[in-house]
Design a protein around this ligand. Sequence first.
Ligand code: FES
Ligand code: FES
Length: 178
Amino acid sequence: MAVRTKKHTHRKNGGAGRISLTINGQPYEMEVGTSPHQIDPAHTLAHTLRETLGLTGTKVSCDHGACGSCTVLMDGKAILSCMTLTVECDGKSIATVEGLGDPETGELDPLQQAFVDRTAFQCGFCTPGMIMSAKALLSENPSPTEEEVKQGLSGNFCRCISNYHVVKAVLAASGKKR
Ligand code: FES
Ligand code: FES
């Protein structure tokens, strides 16, 4: 069973059959196994986030590593949560779209606000993945060029063709209004 712990107690997934990870700043300790209350070794991080922890902000579209909808951050790097097993996340820090806003005030992250201000979405299904990829990009390169933004988001696909607005939103959030 996935439980939120008060204290982060990292243990390697070995004989204990447990993993510890941090999600949006909250430590979790999880039992690994095939019982219904445990984290199945075959479960992807996307599955655990959505189905076990109820963090449905992370979307699953292709479920095969091709669309970027399921992008989250692992130790600050963008990863595809549909292609990452939860047991591989032992000791890692995961950030999802739910963790971007200010928990005290509820204020959106400036990147989220830029998406809202520029209506950089239509159905919104790809948006959490776009935002998390952009977050990783801006943390590595705070002032990207338009080409670098396009390159950084090249693994994120949008069926609604909101990409032009997305590029503008990311540039605006980086302080580079175009
Ligand atoms: S749902 Fe993970 S890449 Fe498409
Ligand atoms: S806004 Fe609909 S898939 Fe991107």
